[in-house]
Design a protein around this ligand. Structure first.
Ligand code: ZN
Ligand code: FE
Ligand code: FE
Ligand code: ZN
Length: 265
């Protein structure tokens, strides 16, 4: 199994050393892991109220450290990923910045709607004042725009807007179908992100229904625990794998220097 979504202490809200994450991966017999820490928002000219990403001056150290771990790792492949916030208007800047680095894959995530960090527990109460139907439309419009930008290999935690369990009453199938089609036509993967199980919503991102829609549109998939501590590496993976198989997925997409291939599951 592969876990393509590991953080490091550089983002200021994760704990443990990278060696401990690698050791946890060995213990869980993972074939391959990828660090995907939060890309410095400062480089995109955005400064949120809470620091949630590494600092610009930490990026080269992060890259060197991941590469070093891959050199010394015996049993586990270590890939160099990054999780970048999709912020409308920063596409060209990001395109230029990404040319400077040799990432194996780039995860595009949406954590901000305007300047609201809607994934941060501190601001979770703000959901109470929202029209949830509009909010979901706005969120998935951002996901679709992220796909259209062509900047990302994978969309992170595809339906993270459900994190605090605020959901519109209406059926979301058409919004999901539209989003899955866009993932497909822009050749963007999703990830089965198991972190949602430990959030108030208590389910994976995305859930089974949305996964089925993604499969029926033939969207490629990776797996990620979104670990912010070593003991979260590969969390709920046996269950996640069973869900993938039950849904009908037969392979995972893997990346090397932004070229994709697949492994069967
Ligand atoms: Zn994080
Ligand atoms: Fe994220
Ligand atoms: Fe993450
Ligand atoms: Zn994340």
């Amino acid at each position: 199994m592969i876990d393509y979504h590991l953080h490091t202490a550089r983002c200021c809200h994760a704990t443990g050393t990278m060696e401990e994450y690698l050791a946890a991966a060995e213990k869980n017999r993972l074939l391959e892991i990828g660090f995907a820490d939060h890309f410095p928002l400062g480089l995109l000219g955005f400064k949120p109220r809470n620091q949630v990403t590494m600092n610009p001056e930490e990026l080269s150290d992060y890259i060197q450290h991941v590469n070093k771990l891959n050199d010394i790792s015996q049993n586990v492949n270590v890939k160099l990923g990054i999780e970048v916030d999709y912020l409308p208007g920063t596409e060209e800047k990001l395109r230029d910045l990404l040319l400077n680095y040799n990432f194996d894959y780039v995860i595009g995530s949406i954590h901000f709607i305007g300047d609201w960090d809607f994934t941060h527990p501190v601001y979770a109460d703000d959901y109470k004042n929202k029209d949830l139907d509009k909010l979901y439309r706005r969120y998935f419009k951002l996901v679709q725009d992220a796909c259209r930008s062509g900047l990302f290999d994978i969309i992170g935690h595809l339906d993270v807007v459900k994190k605090f369990n605020y959901r519109p009453a209406r059926n979301l199938d058409s919004l999901w179908r539209e989003t899955a089609r866009l993932l497909k036509v822009t050749n963007t993967c999703l990830e089965l992100n198991t972190a949602g199980r430990d959030a108030p919503v208590a389910e994976f991102y995305p859930d089974q229904r949305f996964l089925e829609i993604c499969l029926s549109e033939k969207v490629g998939i990776t797996m990620g625990s979104d670990a912010h501590s070593p003991e979260q590496v590969g969390r709920y993976f046996p269950e996640a794998l069973a869900l993938l198989k039950k849904t009908g997925y037969r392979e995972l997409t893997v990346f090397k220097k932004r070229q994709r291939s697949s492994i069967s599951i």
